[in-house]
Design a protein around this ligand. Structure first.
Ligand SMILES: [Zn+2]
Length: 135
């Protein structure tokens, strides 16, 4: 049981996609914003946290062949524009998916990855990526 419950516990804290919903117009923003860009002053104090499902649909994508040296081992990689079910559109890397399975209109779900660790015992950074729902 140990390993699984540990992963589950960590997911409570780090592995969440948190957005802000405007209490005025009900639009959802990711990344979170303190003020709604549509309602401006009317939204002040009315933005609240909502957790996104991490589910969405690919609306466009590009295969990236050049990348910074730090990411050398990952190239080429796929960046996609994803329409999240809750409304926001985000750009994210597609992982765990064969290239020929990446198409516009495919359903995706979020996965979380360790991005890098600042030396032994250092700060571990996590980030969201997406994978195509393979059935
Ligand atoms: Zn608003």
């Amino acid at each position: 049981m140990g390993e699984l419950s540990r992963i589950w516990r960590e997911s409570d804290h780090r592995y969440r996609l948190v957005a802000h919903e405007c209490g005025n117009c009900k639009r959802i923003f990711f990344p979170p914003r303190d003020v709604c860009p549509i309602c401006h002053r009317d939204s002040i104090g009315k933005m609240r946290e909502v957790e996104l499902s991490g589910k969405g649909t690919i609306s466009s994508f590009t295969v990236v062949h050049d990348s910074p040296r730090a990411f050398k081992r990952q190239r080429p990689y796929v960046l996609a524009l994803i329409d999240l079910d809750e409304g926001p559109t985000i750009t994210a890397q597609i992982v765990d998916t064969p290239l020929d399975q990446i198409e516009i209109g495919k359903r995706v779900h979020s996965v979380f990855r360790r991005i890098h660790e600042d030396g032994p015992g250092g700060i571990i950074q996590y980030g969201y990526k997406f994978a195509v729902d393979l059935s």
